[in-house]
Design a protein around this ligand. Structure first.
Ligand code: ADP
Ligand code: MG
Length: 913
């Protein structure tokens, strides 16, 4: 029925006094009981004070050690199993002695609280239940601290049980043989607190004999008897207690009276203490007020003392400072005096060394004029250089045609094709075409490039026209020829072997750097293509291009120039930027078509470079344009071969190339009408074809037999362009005349060089003169400053002199009056005269030492002047009037005059005497 709990021992946890731990899932509280010596220990209820009762239950079916683990083989003759069947409550434990207990360890643990035990698995029948209690919580309190009811099978079997009240603490109390009937296998025991919580130490259930027949009188259960015993005992104790209480009551009354008296005394004393406290408080307040006043006064005194000390110190400092200042001033005056005499000497020296300013001014003027003249000459020279250079190019022809033949390509070479073009007389700029059985044809151009001539050679002959652009002339360079003959190769080139476009811009930047300071250039680049007579800007951003391509039109400006409004012009400052622009142009061209190569051969790709030059010397501005055009393929397309778009393209290309030919033709024949507007291409190039502008055409040809038809067409077109330009009349120039021109050109070149040299020399001499002029100017300035200082000193001296003069005159008048008076009275004798002379001298001295500005007397000017000032000026010391030295001269001459007057006056006195 009851299983041995093997885990019981394991689950037991050693408890420490100050910790709360758990046992059987219940909180555990440990207690130390502290029972004083001689305290009355109340016995168990069983048999008076002695434990004469030997508890050995019979037929035990369940024995539980509440709140503890199993205790085997007890003196009760049974085994108590560990705590189980419970619900609710905590575990209490103590290590204290349990007195009068048959099995003390049973009572050292207890379940505490509103506890219910439900023992199941019991056979139906009658049972006795023994419940063991012990008050193991230290209370020391009165009885009644813990009172509870006991229920068995939901029937209250014990009311208001107070274990402490009955047996005291740490003593066992056993409720014996409480009968219970089990029907259904479960026996429930419940403990409900009335005051505080119940504590239960052990439960033992054993079989009970069936109840005897009803006698009509319910037998009293043993626990009632036990309770009665206890009550009797308590009654006895109560009586004893009451007797004791009566006895002590008298003593208490006495003590209370005494207490009352003492309290009264205390009260009186307290009142008087209160009073003296109040007075003390008042005095303290007064004291603090007084001490505050004293503090304030002390502070004020201290501040005043400090202020006084400060003032004294300041006064002392001031005094010392003043003393120092006075001595400093005296020293400075002395120094100034020395400085003054030195300066006087310097000034005299300076004046001597000062050259004639008139001469200097005229020299400077001459230099300035010379500089102006040089500038003018420089300008004229550069104008002449430009003019001569232009003439040189013009002599070569404003329209020049270069022919370039590409080499056989790899497939042609592998097919063992042979070149039909002969370059035997390429040095004479001639080439010959062998066209099958036809007679050989000879063509002559301004320059013929063989397949072996590479890009640098080609550009070497192109570069002179680039200089023209910087000189302010418009230039147009274009490549003409059948597709695949190297137009793009010549103009754009390939990576690592750049063509004319890149090299031209490179040369522009190089030259603009060389001329930096002389002329400032601003370069802008546009890239566009003309396809089917429509202009497309290749520098618009991709997004713009993706949306709707702008329709660009050509407009004429008020000044007659042509421009394309809305065309992007990228300002470039370096080749890196140029390269970026060219790349983005190429990229845009590729984007617009599915087959870039094919497309490019059917459109004209145009690079426009606008140059604005500002001459830093003259302020003159030039604007020029350079067109670099990669024309569409010139091949003729048989009309039967194509239809639709391709036909339209072919027609447009044909139209624009014919228009180009017509324009050049009209220009060179000096026709009244030049048909620029016949195509977009010529309309765009209008400014750069004709007039003073230079045109350079590359006619590109293929060397193979397959292309011979197109080659001849291209060569004929180019010959027409060149031939017309040279003009039949010009072509007829005999070689001697040509030689004459050549010599003229050579001479012009030489002239330019010599002039350049002389200009450079003139510039150098100008620079030297300018620097000399600067040095002289500085010298002038420092001299003028010194002279100014001298002026100041002279003015001061003159003022002092005037005062002296006045004083002397006054003294003279006084003396004269005195003498007249004495003469009238006839009392003027020798002694009088001596006295008068003395008095006059004293008066002079005093008057002379008075300084009107300083308002004090000092060393008379007369003396000072004689010491160091009034050395007569030499003839050549006379300063020129222009520098304002007149005042000084006057001063120098007036002092000796006064001396003379005085001497004359003395002499007269003597003679009169
Ligand atoms: P086009 O622009 O006239 O259609 P390309 O410039 O595209 O002709 O030239 C066609 C091919 O011939 C290219 O592969 C190019 O590199 C090559 N080529 C043209 N001229 C030369 C040359 N002088 N030297 C070497 N290769 C050349
Ligand atoms: Mg091409």
């Amino acid at each position: 029925m009851i299983e041995e709990a093997s885990a019981a021992e394991d689950s037991r946890v050693a408890a420490r006094d100050d910790e709360e731990i758990t046992v059987f899932s219940s909180p555990v509280r440990d207690f130390e009981l502290d029972l004083g010596d001689g305290e009355e220990i109340l016995s168990s209820f069983c048999e008076g004070n002695e434990l004469s009762f030997n508890y050995i239950p019979d037929k035990v079916v369940a024995a539980i050690n509440a709140g503890g683990s199993s205790i085997l083989d007890t003196s009760f003759g049974i085994d108590f199993v560990d705590d189980r069947f419970f619900s609710g409550g905590d575990v209490l434990r103590t290590a204290e002695d349990i007195v009068d207990a048959q099995e003390p360890s049973l009572y050292r643990t207890a379940r505490y609280g509103e506890v219910t035990y439900a023992l199941d698995g019991l056979e139906s029948g009658d049972y006795y239940v023994d419940i063991h209690f012990a008050e193991i919580i230290f209370t020391n309190g009165p009885p009644g601290m813990r009172i509870f009811d006991v229920y068995i099978q939901d029937e209250k079997v014990v009311s208001d049980l107070d274990v402490y009240g009955r047996v005291g603490s740490n003593r066992p109390l056993i409720l014996l043989n409480v009968r219970a009937a089990v029907d259904g296998g479960v026996l429930t025991l419940a403990f409900r607190g009335v005051v505080g919580n119940p504590t239960i130490s052990a439960i033992c259930v054993h079989r009970a004999p069936p109840l005897a027949k009803r006698t009509g009188r319910k037998p009293r259960p043993i626990y009632e008897l036990a309770l009665e015993n206890c009550q009797k005992q308590n009654a006895r104790r109560l009586t004893f207690c009451e007797q004791m209480r009566d006895k002590s009551r008298g003593a208490v009354t006495e003590s209370e009276q005494r207490l009352e008296e003492l309290r009264n005394e205390c009260h009186q004393a307290w009142i008087s203490v209160q009073e003296s406290n109040r007075q003390a408080e008042k005095l303290r307040d007064e004291l603090s007020v007084k001490s505050l006043t004293v503090d304030t006064l002390a502070n004020a005194v201290e501040t005043q003392v400090l202020e006084l000390r400060d003032l004294k110190e300041k006064e002392m400092n001031e005094k010392t400072k003043l003393k120092l200042a006075v001595s400093d001033a005296q020293r400075k005056v002395e120094e100034l005096r020395i400085l003054y005499s030195l300066l006087s000497k310097d000034a005299r020296d300076c004046i001597c060394s000062f050259p004639d300013p008139h001469g200097m001014v005229s020299a400077v003027q001459a230099l300035v004029n010379e500089q102006k003249e040089l500038k003018k000459r420089l300008l004229d020279e550069s104008q002449e250089r430009k003019f001569l250079y232009n003439k040189l190019i013009e002599m070569k022809g404003n329209v020049r045609v270069f022919c370039r033949c590409r080499p056989l390509n790899a497939s042609e070479a592998s097919a063992s094709s042979v070149s039909l073009v002969e370059f035997d007389s390429a040095r004479e700029n001639e080439l010959v075409i062998r066209a099958g059985t036809n007679p050989k044809k000879l063509y002559k151009f301004d320059r013929v490039f063989t397949p072996e001539d590479d890009q640098p050679e080609v550009f070497a002959d192109t570069s002179p026209v680039v200089v023209s652009v910087l000189d302010g002339y418009n230039v147009c360079i274009f490549a003409y020829g059948q597709t695949g003959t190297g137009k793009t190769f010549t103009m754009e080139g390939i990576p690592g072997n750049r063509g004319v476009n890149y090299r031209t811009l490179e040369e522009l930047f190089r030259l603009s750097t060389v001329r930096k300071g002389e002329v400032n250039y601003e370069i802008k680049v546009s890239v566009l293509e003309v396809y089917n007579e429509q202009i497309r800007d290749l520098l618009t951003t991709p997004s713009q291009a993706g949306l709707a391509p702008k329709r660009l039109e050509i407009k004429q400006d008020a000044d007659g120039g042509h421009r394309v409004p809305g065309l992007v012009e990228a300002e470039v400052h370096s080749m890196t930027e140029v390269w970026e622009v060219l790349q983005s142009g190429s990229a845009a061209r590729a984007v617009g078509s599915t087959n870039a190569n094919e497309h490019s051969s059917r459109s004209h790709c145009m690079l426009c470079v606008k140059v604005r030059g500002e001459n830093m010397t003259t302020g003159e501005c030039t604007r020029s344009k350079l067109w670099l055009v990669d024309l569409a393929g010139s091949e003729r397309v048989a009309k039967s071969d194509v239809q639709g778009d391709r036909l339209k393209e072919a027609q447009n290309i044909n139209k624009s190339l014919s228009a180009l030919g017509d324009v050049i033709h009209a220009l060179t024949t000096k026709s009244n009408h030049v048909p620029y507007r016949n195509s977009k291409l010529t309309h765009l190039l209008q400014d750069s074809l004709g007039g003073e502008s230079k045109t350079l055409m590359f006619v590109q040809i293929s060397p193979t037999e397959a292309d011979v038809g197109e080659t001849l067409c291209s060569l004929n077109f180019a010959s027409r362009v060149r031939g017309v330009e040279m003009g039949p009349a010009k072509k007829q120039l005999d070689s001697s005349e040509f030689f004459k021109y050549k010599q003229m050109a050579e001479k012009a070149k030489q002239d330019v060089k010599t002039k350049d040299d002389s200009v450079r020399r003139l510039e150098d001499s100008l620079r030297t003169t300018e620097s000399k002029l600067k040095v002289k100017e500085q010298l002038c300035q420092s001299l003028a400053e010194k002279v100014k200082d001298r002026d100041k000193v002279a003015a001061e001296l003159e003022l002092q002199l005037a005062t002296e003069k006045k004083a002397r005159l006054a003294a003279e008048v006084a003396l004269k009056e005195k003498r007249l008076k004495a003469d009238r009275e006839g009392s003027w004798d020798r002694a009088d005269r001596a006295n008068a002379e003395e008095a006059l001298e004293a008066a002079f001295k005093t008057a002379a030492s008075f300084h009107p500005k300083e308002n004090s007397y000092r060393q008379p000017l007369q003396e000072r002047a004689l010491e160091n000032e009034l050395k007569p000026l030499s003839k050549d010391e006379k300063a020129p009037k222009v520098l304002g030295e007149t005042v000084l001269c006057k001063t120098r001459t007036s002092i000796p005059k006064i001396q003379m007057v005085l001497l004359r006056f003395y002499a007269s006195l003597h003679t009169q005497g």
